[in-house]
Design a protein around this ligand. Structure first.
Ligand code: F6R
Length: 614
């Protein structure tokens, strides 16, 4: 959470910082601020709420700020202290000499604060970050060297941080450092850009260096030096970022979420192009670095993830167990890390994360790695912290996802699980050959079927209008689509704030059915196959309690029009693969309901896309 940016060069720092912060808004939008170097002093501008509020303030001060060519900026997702102006970054020391922006959490900030207060520092905010500003200032007052002050301060800080630091006495210097939080440096001609993530800099340069933990970079307009906390010089080689600025545009769609939903057929096409060539050839998944005999003899897998990625993991469990006869446990990372887990060198641990930065999942992965497990990471960000922990890495290649609500990355995660499960089944010989071929051939036509759903999106728009004004929503499903019900409910609640819940359909009668009456919509995910009749019976039970019934189905049975008030039809597909299709109408339903209610679809309240705090 939180995003930081820094700029040193010959252009307007305010413009570049604001542009960068706009691209990092997915990391939080509780407050924002910038610090700009002026002659002999640093000016700070801060605002509560959305970035536009800061923009308005800067616009009013345009004449004052336009000449500044060095600055740092921050967009906040509040952890310590309310999202007020006083708690907004940048934070400064008492004399205003040092200004810093920070992403992460300083765990020992209370002890540091007490110590610094005893030494005469006066604190203005409730943040953990302000301690670091005072600490660096104290170090600087002794050594008069900004890099050294940051290095000494970083040795006293526990926790996670990415920091950009400037000092009023150094109009040609910015110092940055990090530990367990992302930070990269973009290299331009006579200019450097620092940022929490690529989107903030890609418009300006593709040449970059990812800073490693405990490295400290000193940036001047024409030079970059990196040292470690022991003062050793670090040799670095810049890399070329494989990103295109166009990925950050809405391409004519009203929201990024809608654009990303529509990108799903091409995401699937791209993934399949590299991995599934024909129904007769083996799945190409060389990224999994387990030799065939280890794969064959695996008897336990643990999958760890959060939120939407957790739902992809649940589908993963279902199909790996079904195709490969291997026991799979799925667990929310936040639960996994605070209990004794039976994980060892014989366990394959799979971490799933769009961002690759989610703190809980990262910690869980590090814990299981320490126990000797092989770590397979499934992520959309091969440049992330989690990817760096991986023994095997499946990069899902969904392209950058800007909307806070995950859509195309979920599709790409699901598909990665299918390919992984089929690959393992091939190695183990655990799946009937004709089923293997059917699944492969159905996967090959998946993009066209996804397109068919998107072509008929008006039906879902109509459904959204009918049900938008409900307070609650229930999604029911069974088997491989139970996670689809959970994901449909999550999408709806996170962007529309309607209280939506997914249930295994068979569980309704064990409690939730008490909530049903004529005001409650119940959406049944009715995919043809083993549990179709069972869900139909559960739908009858709900209908008998006067619930407002919606079907999402791939059946053409006309009788459904009698039982259900609204029927959303999707193309037929083999039951195991049905989560790949069934989720799309639910993403659209959530989108259209939120849009109809006038909600901030791409930036729902209280959320951030990259959850880098536990
Ligand atoms: C919901 C959503 C979140 C994330 C969760 C994990 O739309 O996006 O639930 O799935 O915060 O994030 P990652 O996948 O980046 O680890």
């Amino acid at each position: 959470m939180c995003g930081i940016v820094g700029y040193i060069g010959d252009k307007s720092a305010a413009d570049i910082l604001m542009d960068g912060l706009k691209q990092l808004e997915y990391r939080g939008y509780d407050s924002s601020g910038v610090a700009l170097m002026e002659t002999d002093k640093i000016d700070i501008y801060k605002a509560e709420g959305k970035l536009q509020n800061l923009n308005d303030i800067l616009f009013m001060n345009r004449d004052k700020i336009v000449g500044s060519t060095l600055g740092i900026g921050h967009i906040r997702w509040a952890t310590h202290g309310a999202p007020t102006v006083v708690n907004a970054h940048p934070h400064t020391c008492n004399c205003g000499g040092v200004a810093i922006v920070h992403n992460g959490i300083i765990e020992n900030f209370k002890e540091l604060r007490e110590k610094l207060e005893a030494q005469g520092c006066t604190f203005r905010s409730q943040t953990d970050t302000e301690t670091v500003a005072h600490l660096i200032a104290k170090k600087y007052s002794l050594c008069k060297d900004l890099t050294e002050a940051v290095r000494l301060a970083s040795k006293e800080i526990d926790g996670a941080f990415a920091l950009c630091v400037m000092h009023k006495d150094h109009p040609n210097k910015m110092v940055i450092t990090k530990r367990n939080a992302p930070l990269l440096v973009g290299i331009g001609e006579g200019e450097f850009f620092a940022a929490s993530d690529v989107p903030a800099i890609i418009k300006y340069t593709k040449k970059a260096v990812y800073l490693k933990d405990n490295q400290i970079a000193t940036l001047t307009r024409d030079d970059m030096q990196i040292i470690d906390t022991d003062n050793n010089s670090i040799f670095f080689t810049p890399e070329i970022l494989p990103w295109e600025p166009v990925a950050l545009s809405k391409m004519g769609y009203k929201h990024f979420m809608l654009k990303e939903i529509h990108e799903q057929p091409s995401v699937v096409r791209n993934i399949l192009a590299g991995k599934l060539h024909s129904i007769d050839s083996e799945i190409a998944l060389d990224e999994v670095k387990l030799d065939k005999s280890t794969l064959k003899n695996l008897n336990r897998i643990q999958i760890i993830a959060c939120g939407t990625s957790l739902h992809a993991a649940m589908v993963g469990k279902y199909i790996i167990e079904s195709f490969c006869d291997i026991a799979v446990d799925v667990e929310a990372s936040s639960e996994y890390i605070y209990r004794k887990t039976v994980t060892n060198e014989n366990t394959l641990v799979i971490g799933v994360s769009q961002s690759g930065e989610t703190a809980d999942t990262l910690t869980a992965i590090k814990q299981s790695k320490a126990k000797g497990s092989h770590i397979l990471i499934i992520t959309n960000r091969p440049d992330s912290a989690m990817a760096r922990e991986a023994d095997s890495l499946i990069s899902v290649n969904a392209g950058i996802e800007v909307s806070v609500a995950a859509t195309k990355s979920y599709m790409a995660q699901l598909l990665s699980f299918y390919l992984l499960a089929l690959k393992m089944a091939e190695v183990k010989g655990s799946l009937d050959d004709s089923l293997l071929k059917t699944l492969k051939s159905e996967l090959m036509v998946l993009p066209q079927k996804l397109e068919q759903i998107l072509v008929h999106k008006e039906d879902i728009q109509q459904c959204a209008k009918i049900y938008a004004n409900t307070k609650d929503f229930i999604f029911i499903a069974r088997g491989v689509n139970y996670p689809t019900a959970l994901e449909g409910a999550l999408k709806l609640k996170e962007i529309s704030y309607i209280n939506a819940t997914g249930y295994p359909a068979g569980e309704l009668k064990h409690g939730p059915i008490a909530m049903l009456d004529e005001s409650m919509p119940v959406l049944s995910i009715l995919m043809k196959g083993t549990v179709y009749d069972k869900i139909l019976s559960n739908s009858e039970e709900s209908k008998a309690r006067n619930a407002r019934m919606i079907a999402l189905t791939n059946s053409t049975d006309d009788k459904l029009n009698t039982l259900f008030d609204f029927v959303i039809r999707i193309p037929e597909i083999q039951e195991y693969l049905s989560p790949l299709l069934a989720i799309v109408p639910l993403q659209l339903l959530a989108y259209y309901i939120a849009e109809f209610l006038g909600k901030d679809v791409d930036q729902p309240r209280n959320l951030a896309k990259s959850v880098t705090v536990e």
